[in-house]
Write a protein that binds this ligand. Sequence first.
Ligand code: NAX
Length: 336
Amino acid sequence: KNEPVRVCVTGAAGQLAYSLLLNLARGVVFGEDTPVILQLLDINPGMESLNGVRMELEDSALPLLAGVVCTSDPEVAFTGAQAAIFLGAMPRRPGMERSDLLKANAKIFREQGEAMNRVASPDIKCVVVGNPANTNALILSKYAPRVPKENITALTRLDANRARNQIALRAGVSVDRTLDVLIWGNHSATQYPDVSHATIVCAETGARRPVSEVITDTEWLHGEFIETVQQRGAAILAARKLSSAMSAAKAVADHMRDWWMGSEREGELVSMAVPSDGSYGIAEGLIFSFPVRCPGGGKYEIVQGLEISDFSRGKLQKTEAELISERDEALACVAA
Ligand code: NAX
C-alpha cells in the first residue's frame, strides 16, 4: 500500500458529500492501493450530523479508510491536505439577491483560502463544487497564493456527463461510446455544451464518427440539446426538491480521478474549469471550463488548437462575459 492521502471535504454533512465519501474511501479516485484520511469540515450546526456520517463511514469497514477527522475549524480540516473538495457554500435562498449570494460565498472562500494557504500541502489539488463554483474557485485562489494557480479548479464534469447522456440517448448508443463532448465556460445556464469535436465510437470496429454525422439534426444540436443540458440541474431540483447529488458526486469522483490518475481513455478530452491562460482568447485568470487532457500524475493541460466556429465563438463570449461580471462583483465584495 502507498502512504495515505489526506483529503479535505468541506460541506461534509450535506447531501452531496453523503454520496461522495464512500467513493473516496473505496479506491476509485486515488487508487486501489492508496488509503485515505478524510478531513471533514462543516459549520457548527452540522457537527452532530457529521458525527453520524463518521459512524457510517466506520461501519462500512473500508480497508482503505485510514482515518476520519470531523471539525468546524478550517485549519484542522486543511492540515497537510493533498486534495480538497469544496462542497460547502451558502445556498441561494428565496428573495436573496445575486450580489448577496456572491458576497456570502466570497467570505467563505476567502476564509478557507487563507486557512488552506497556511496549513495545506503546497501541492494540494482543489476542486470547487459549491456554487457559484467558478467564481468561488477564483476567490479561493486569490487567498491561497502559496498554492499554484493551476491546482485550483471547479467542477463542470457533471454538465459534461449530462451532455454525453443526451447525445448517447439521441444517437441510440451507450454513453461510453460518446467521446470528447465538451463544456465551455461557467457552471451556470450560460455554459456551452459543445459537440463540434465529439465523436461516436463504432462498437464493432472502434472507428470514430463525428457526432454531426450520426445526429444530422443541427437544429436540435444547436437548440434543444444545449438548453436541456443547461437546464438539467433545474429539472432535477424541480423533480426531487433537492439539487442533484448522486450524479454530482459521481462527477466529482470522475474529475479528481482523471486529474490524479489519468483519464479512462488515453488522450480523451474532458472538461474542467481551470484558470485561463488566455487560450481561445478567454480572459486570463478566469476559472473557465476548457477541454483538457489528463495524462495522470496530478497533471492536466488545456487542449490547444481546436477549431472554434462562429456559433461556438458567440457562446464562449456570452459565458465569458458572465464570468467577468461575477469576478468583478465578488472581488469588490472581498475588497469591501
Ligand atoms: P447541502 O446544503 O446538502 O450541503 C451543504 C453543506 O455545506 C451543509 O452541510 C452546510 O452546513 C455546509 N456548509 C455551509 N457553509 C459552510 C462553510 N462555510 N464551511 C463548511 N461547510 C459549510 O448541499 P449539497 O446538495 O451537498 O450541495 C453542495 C454544493 O454543491 C451546493 O453549493 C450546490 O449548489 C453545489 N452543486 C454544484 C454542482 C456543480 O456541478 N458544480 C452540482 C451539484 C450541486 O448542486
